[in-house]
Write a protein that binds this ligand. Structure first.
Ligand code: ZN
Length: 487
């Protein structure tokens, strides 16, 4: 086969080629609907009356088959039209444009691309040779590689984030991990030795699946165990990245990633590696190929704008233009990823406060709470939980409803506690009586502590701050934050 050479424009012939292909496919064996069904090991549903009615008619099935057939007639390299790359997309579109023109002329009666089989049926095969090829605009193609200009990459990246697979959040995690990888750039820039420079550059373009798996582990562990976010409507469709974490870490883990058992972390990473980045042949390597799929007509095509990958080598290899793009626009692209990630999770977690901030901040820096200590000190000298007298210098400020749920330092939610109580409570909720105690405390001191009053006013959205506090406590429980008995 003679494929087009990279960079040289390929002009496809007129619509006559498409008609020729049509005639060949339709005239060839195995081309009735019944036969297509048999070949695919399935039958069309009872609702598909059109298909049933034409069971014995000659059909031209599958858009991919059409494209392949035309490519074969044009002697084009199969990999150029069916594999990755923009050529496949452009070629597909140009063939489909010609088919649409044939439909408009009444040469193709049924367009069942939306049906189960996706077949075309010729209205009248004998009319085919009469069509004037000059009436069909010949498609042209001006290059082989994807559009790697800044504008082209921006367009592809945003399209992947907002239009791609809606099954789970893997694509956001992958985009975030790649961006993190590209953050630092490559250090070879200042070196004199060109060979060394090139070597360093090549190594930076390669991202092992293992690196990606580790990032996935961190992101999902944080969302699952610290933030208690929901990842899906249906528990049956919980993503592997989450179910594997649950297998390893069970119900509760330390509230801090750095304190996790190293062996558990290693085990979880291996499971994610196998189940999310697994070998293509095991059909589990989903996220890496799927990421670059973009909608083309009524199907999707993989356009390798950003990277190539090798499942045997267990790594993706960034295209140099993509690396530069990710590096130069890192902050902006990261924001785009976080916004789209939030948009995906928002409907699943409608009552969870501060979703975007939570997703953005992996190990969010908490503010020092010292000013709140002096704010409450004049009014209390004992631990909110155990009522023991607080020793000056050992007073801690605690978020009664966990900070990881509220994600803010609101005076209304802060109490003074001793170290043992604060340490024991950690990321959990105290029992109801302490929620009631908090409401009581706020009512009593509202008039005396201006910042407390301000925080309660901000909380009040019409049904009163008291109801809001109870509401937060309840929602926090519902998201799976555990309660703990204190003191
Ligand atoms: Zn205490």
């Amino acid at each position: 086969m003679h494929g087009p050479t990279a960079g040289s424009p390929t002009v496809l012939p007129s619509g006559k080629m498409v008609m020729w292909a049509l005639a060949q496919v339709v005239g060839g064996p195995g081309s009735t609907i019944s036969e297509v069904e048999a070949a695919r090991g399935r039958t069309c549903g009872r609702g598909d009356r059109t298909q049933h009615a034409h069971k014995d008619d000659a059909v031209w099935h599958g858009a991919g088959k059409v494209v392949e057939q035309v490519a074969g007639l044009l002697n084009l390299d199969r990999s150029a039209v069916s594999g990755g790359g923009i050529l496949a997309v452009d070629f597909y579109q140009s063939v489909m444009a010609q088919i649409s023109a044939l439909r408009a002329r009444g040469c193709i009666a049924d367009w069942r691309a939306g049906g189960r089989l996706g077949v075309f049926r010729l209205a009248d095969p004998s009319r085919l040779p009469d069509i004037d090829p000059g009436g069909l605009r010949p498609p042209s193609y001006a290059g082989m590689s994807p559009d790697t200009s800044h504008a082209g990459l921006t367009k592809s990246f945003l399209s992947i984030l907002s239009h791609g697979s809606k099954a789970n959040t893997y694509k956001f995690a992958l985009a975030r991990a790649i961006l993190e990888h590209c953050q630092g750039g490559y250090r070879g820039a200042g070196r004199d030795d060109d060979e060394e420079k090139e070597e360093e550059r090549q190594s930076v373009l390669r991202i092992p699946y293992e690196y990606l798996a580790e990032k996935f582990l961190k992101y999902y562990w944080h969302q699952e165990y610290v933030l208690h976010m929901r990842q899906n409507y249906d528990a049956k469709h919980t993503p592997h990245a989450i179910t594997k974490l649950r297998n390893v870490f069970g119900k509760s883990t330390p509230a801090d990633y750095s304190r996790l058992d190293k062996n558990d972390v290693e085990r979880a990473k291996k499971l994610i590696l196998r189940n999310v980045f697994g070998h293509a042949k095991s059909k589990t390597s989903i996220v890496v190929p799927r990421f670059q799929k973009v909608p083309v007509g009524n199907r999707t095509a993989e356009v390798r704008s950003f990277y190539d990958y090798d499942d045997d080598e267990q790594a993706i290899r960034l295209k140099p233009e993509a690396f530069e793009f990710f590096q130069k626009n890192n902050a902006l692209l990261s924001k785009a990823v976080l916004i789209e990630w939030t948009k995906f999770l928002e409907p699943l977690n409608p009552t969870l406060p501060r979703l975007l901030t939570k997703i953005e901040s992996m190990d969010a820096g908490r503010q020092a709470l010292t000013k709140y200590r002096s704010m409450f000190a004049p009014f209390t000298d004992c631990c909110f939980y155990c009522r023991d007298r607080l020793e000056p210098g050992y007073v801690q400020v605690d978020h009664l409803i966990p900070w990881t749920y509220i994600y803010d330092d609101n005076a209304w939610n802060l109490v003074l506690a001793c170290q043992p109580c604060n340490g024991k409570k950690s990321n959990s909720l105290p029992e109801d009586e302490f929620r009631d105690g908090l409401v009581e405390r706020n009512r009593r001191h509202r008039g005396e502590i201006p910042p407390l009053r301000m925080s309660l006013d901000m909380l009040d959205r019409g049904r009163g701050w008291e109801a809001e506090i109870r509401g937060h406590y309840q929602t926090c429980l519902e998201y799976g934050f555990g309660t703990i008995r204190l003191p």
